[in-house]
Design a protein around this ligand. Structure first.
Ligand code: NAD
Length: 300
């Protein structure tokens, strides 16, 4: 099987690379923190010393990096992919970044005869581990079809949603929906508990009501109710980054985003209250502190 390059072995990248190896792909990996390559080398991956070196060895390269400046640096910066990439190669960027940046990088790569797909993901770390990610792909349909088996090693729900940058647009819209719901539930649930309803009773009653949602049944049930706000799992800072991408995209297209802007303020408040590195449903914690209550299950 052809070699795949994988750059960015963090909370998401490491399990995604793991699944590619499990499905029989040979990998060359790179991360700025060299110790993050160790567990993948044990599974048979080759380690590289730079993004350039990854590009020299692989016709298909995946990036899974924090944000737009990181992807720009990895692709166009010193010792970046563009310095080593061969004509006819493909970059699949699976990071959540600004779609305008995606398009700029795609143009620079095209001049070298390199295709690009943007393929950001939804569902988070557990799905990255299980290989059940949702993947929103933008780019040329034929290139997408060529890369389908690679994407299928990491995800189960894969959508080709349009031209280059469209995958990022879908992901940003998804995260407006997740962030606004998470932030709105924070104040709603705190009100319910402060006004005297037991957290478990409130959760159960709301689960049958018309206000029920995926966020209530996942982020609240499994994290807020259990007081589990782990570090290094899609933190408050990353949701704030995605809301920033939404607001700048909205401003560029003259689309007002009142609720996304309000949610961003909630996430800024959480960051300022010391929650910036915690899993993003920690957005509820400043509201709990203000009200002097906690929305936690009392069940053992
Ligand atoms: P992370 O911070 O855990 O990992 C990013 C990795 O990239 C780090 O190991 C870092 O050292 C490495 N890196 C940064 N710049 C680099 C460079 N120039 N060259 C090589 N390596 C570099 O981030 P993550 O949680 O894995 O998220 C990655 C992307 O996926 C982000 O865009 C995030 O918004 C998106 N995402 C995350 C989740 C989640 O639940 N964590 C869910 C969906 C989407």
């Amino acid at each position: 099987m052809e070699k795949i390059g994988f750059i960015g072995l963090g909370a998401m990248g490491k399990p995604m690379a793991n699944n590619l190896i499990k499905k029989g792909f040979s990998l060359i990996v790179f991360d700025l923190f060299s110790e993050r390559m160790g567990p993948l080398k044990v599974l048979g991956a080759e380690g590289a010393k730079s993004c350039k070196e990854v590009a020299e060895g692989c016709p298909t390269i995946i990036t899974m990096l924090p944000s737009s400046p990181d992807v720009k640096e990895a692709v166009l910066g010193k010792d970046g992919l563009i310095e080593g990439v061969r004509k006819g190669s493909t970059l699949i960027d699976m990071s959540t970044i600004d779609p305008i940046m995606t398009q700029k990088i795609a143009v620079a790569l095209k001049e070298k005869g390199v295709e690009m797909l943007d393929a950001p993901v939804a569902r988070g770390v557990p799905a990255a581990i299980e290989g059940t990610l949702v993947i929103y792909v933008g780019g040329v349909k034929g290139v997408f079809e060529k890369c389908r088996s690679i994407l299928e090693a990491m995800g189960t729900d894969i959508y080709h949603v349009g031209d280059i940058g469209s995958g990022e647009v879908c992901k940003i819209v998804n995260n407006i929906m997740v962030a606004t719901t998470t932030a709105a539930l924070a104040e709603s649930m705190v009100l319910g508990v402060k006004a005297g309803v037991h957290p478990d009773v409130l959760f159960e009653a709301l689960s049958s009501g018309s206000g029920n949602s995926f966020v209530l049944q996942n982020h609240y049930k499994n994290h807020v109710m259990k007081g589990r706000f782990e570090e290094e799992v899609f933190p408050v800072d990353y949701m704030l980054k995605d809301l920033g991408l939404a607001l700048s995209t909205g401003a560029a297209l003259r689309v007002p985003l009142h609720f996304a802007a309000l949610a961003a303020q909630h996430y800024i408040l959480a960051g300022a209250s010391g929650e910036s590195k915690r899993y993003h449903p920690a957005v509820i914690r400043p509201f709990e502190k203000l009200a002097g209550v906690e929305v936690r299950s009392k069940k053992k």
